[in-house]
Design a protein around this ligand. Structure first.
Ligand code: HEM
Ligand SMILES: [Cu+2]
Length: 583
């Protein structure tokens, strides 16, 4: 008997890329992506209400709903939206990119069901006020057992999908569905999957005892131990996001402008650095905790964290440089930045990629390294600077990259035109601008001491008053306006995704060289390097190219980045010295 998964009929051939796409894998990608978008919708509605509460002049929600929706927002955005999307990425990378069949698709549906059940349990507990513990659920805060069990089921499902991804890779290898070594994008997804295993094991270590405690079967986990183990989950999962996001950057670069990988070994090594060093970086969440000594804190958050930062900086160079070289090989060679001027700015896949790289690096990266420094952290801890930082990493960076790749997945996997094409073209700009203002407003309000996770900074009913400088009102207004723009951008994305998937125009064929409304230019006009490009590529690697090498534009951009980095870092030490009256 032949297993149905082995028959040729379970594959279709993609008209655009010529890849073999397995029917079940495609359906799994779709189901995960659809749930991700629903979670994004819930998270975005909560975001709007939160931002209108933190904007003190508006102060919309009552206290209980502020904290409830803060939990809802954290779970739906950071956990559900992001992780369902990553499950879609794993199914996509393991099968479509390797022309392979998925390992045990039925078991895949079982795991998807497990995750969905867990999700519904969490939503129920949160919306009914049974889990007002924020997404970190630090002890001694205690939620209904259904909440913890829901998270455990969700995590087990995700872990099993990760193992299925490993199995899919080994099937592809055994059945020789691809030639040569594993493509870099799949390698990035593999990195994400390995970190996911480390992360989810820590998740089990913390959520299982907490669940048992909620049933009165165990003593309460010690708050300090809880925080340490929880952040091995909470921070490491950000590195899953990083690896997935960087893999998508490489993919979008290749699809939109024909980016090349400058040096496979360097890029792969950078992915390995993520795996090796990221768990240690979790220590930056414990920098003001009393239970650890300064030596432990500094070793983990300086020396080890910088190795993970190094990895991001390597990708932060190789991706734009690969795009520059790709464009130059296509003949866009004029000046330092001709390749940027002539780039397809109207392609939402491309603009999302560029905005994601730039804001992630310049804002997220620089603020992250600075506030993760042991000495500086003390003035940042629990202020709005913290959400200011992570909205520029996980939202401007990861969420933007996920949205960008969706504009390509809609035609490639869902075989639909991108609906509301005119809006799609401006969506990345609107969303990025909104999140940038949101993050800037938060960062600067936080620099004046405005706390995070705080319902009412005017302390209206308190016996004592707290005064902030009037500049804070302005910063919170910038945050508020940015938040409204960002939510609008997110809702436009959701409208586009839902309309395209469920009511979108079917794509029968894509004629190369003819622009089509609703199909990104990277698919209608796949980027090809000029005929003599390979020879040129050789030439580019020759030392005779001058000290700026083959990608002078990127070298300039990197220099600007370092100047910004040094300035912000130095300013923060200076501010710290004022605080200590030693400057
Ligand atoms: C769509 C635009 C978004 C807006 C306007 C927004 C706004 C906010 C606001 C106002 C807060 C509360 C900060 C505080 O009071 O301490 C917050 C918290 C948070 N947001 Fe967002 N957000 C957005 C998107 C996202 C996305 C896409 C993610 C994750 C992928 C995310 C992850 C978080 C997390 C983890 C928290 C912290 C929750 C907590 O402290 O427990 N946000 N956001
Ligand atoms: Cu962290």
């Amino acid at each position: 008997m032949t297993a149905p998964a082995m028959t040729a009929e379970s594959f279709r051939t993609c008209e655009v890329t010529g890849r073999k796409i397995h029917r079940q894998a495609e359906l799994l990608v779709r189901a995960n992506a659809v749930v991700a978008v629903v979670a994004l919708l819930i998270g975005a509605i909560a975001a709007l209400l939160l931002v209108l509460t933190r904007w003190q002049a508006v102060h919309l929600l009552p206290a209980d709903w502020y904290y409830r929706l803060l939990g809802v927002h954290g779970m739906n955005m950071l956990i559900f939206f992001i992780i369902y999307f990553e499950m879609a990425v794993l199914w996509f990378a393991g099968t479509v990119l390797l022309n392979a069949r998925p390992a045990a698709p039925k078991f895949g549906w079982f795991n998807f069901g497990l995750m969905l059940l867990g999700t519904l349990m969490v939503e129920w507990a949160q919306w009914t006020g049974r889990a007002d513990v924020l997404f970190t659920s630090y002890t001694p805060l205690r939620a209904h057992p259904v909440y913890y069990l829901g998270i455990i089921l969700f995590a087990v499902g995700a872990l099993l999908v990760t193992f299925q991804f490993f199995a899919t890779l080994s099937i592809a290898k055994k059945e020789r569905t691809y030639e040569g070594s594993m493509p870099l994008v799949v390698y990035g997804a593999l990195t994400a999957a390995i970190i996911a295993v480390i992360t989810l094991v820590h998740g089990a270590l913390i959520y299982v005892p907490t669940f048992l405690w909620s049933l009165n079967l165990m003593e309460m986990p010690d708050p300090q131990v809880y925080r340490m183990v929880w952040w091995a989950l909470g921070h490491s999962s950000q590195q899953i996001n990083m690896a997935a996001q960087v893999a998508i950057w490489y993919m979008l670069g290749a699809l939109t402008v024909g980016a090349v990988v400058l040096n496979e070994k360097v890029s792969r090594t950078a992915f390995v650095l993520y795996i090796l060093f990221i768990s240690m970086a979790s220590a930056h969440h414990l920098l003001v905790d009393p239970g650890f000594g300064p030596a432990w804190k500094i070793t983990n958050t300086s020396y080890f964290m910088y190795m993970a930062v190094l990895a991001s900086m390597i990708h932060g160079f190789t991706i734009p440089a690969g795009m520059e070289l790709g464009m130059r090989l296509r003949g866009y060679t004029e000046g330092l930045f001709g390749w940027l001027r002539r780039a397809p700015w109207g392609d939402p896949g491309f603009s999302a990629l560029v905005l994601s790289v730039i804001i992630f690096g310049f804002v997220g990266g620089i603020t992250g390294v600075t506030i993760g420094t042991e000495q500086i952290n003390i003035v940042v801890h629990n202020t709005l600077r913290v959400p200011g930082h992570f909205h520029s990493t996980v939202v401007s960076g990861t969420a933007m990259a996920f949205m960008g790749v969706t504009y390509y997945l809609l035609p490639l996997v869902f075989r639909r035109k991108v609906a509301f094409w005119g809006l799609a073209k401006i969506q990345p700009y609107l969303f990025s601008l909104g999140v940038l203002l949101l993050a800037m407003g938060m960062t600067f309000a936080g620099s004046f001491g405005v706390p995070r996770r705080h319902w009412d900074i005017s302390f209206s009913n308190a016996p004592y008053g707290v005064e902030f400088t009037p500049a804070v009102d302005l910063m919170l207004a910038i945050m508020g306006i940015g938040g409204i723009l960002a939510v609008t951008g997110a809702l436009i994305f959701i409208a586009i995704a839902v309309k395209s998937v469920f009511f979108g125009e079917k794509i029968e064929t894509i004629t190369r060289g003819t622009a089509m409304v609703g199909v990104p230019q990277g698919l209608t006009h796949p980027p090809v390097h000029a005929a003599d490009a390979d020879a040129k590529n050789e030439e580019f690697h020759a030392p005779a190219r001058g000290w700026m090498g083959p990608t002078p534009g990127t070298i300039i951009l990197v220099a600007v980045f370092f100047i910004a980095f040094v300035t912000y870092y130095f300013t923060n030490w200076k501010l710290l010295s004022f605080l200590w009256k030693v400057g």
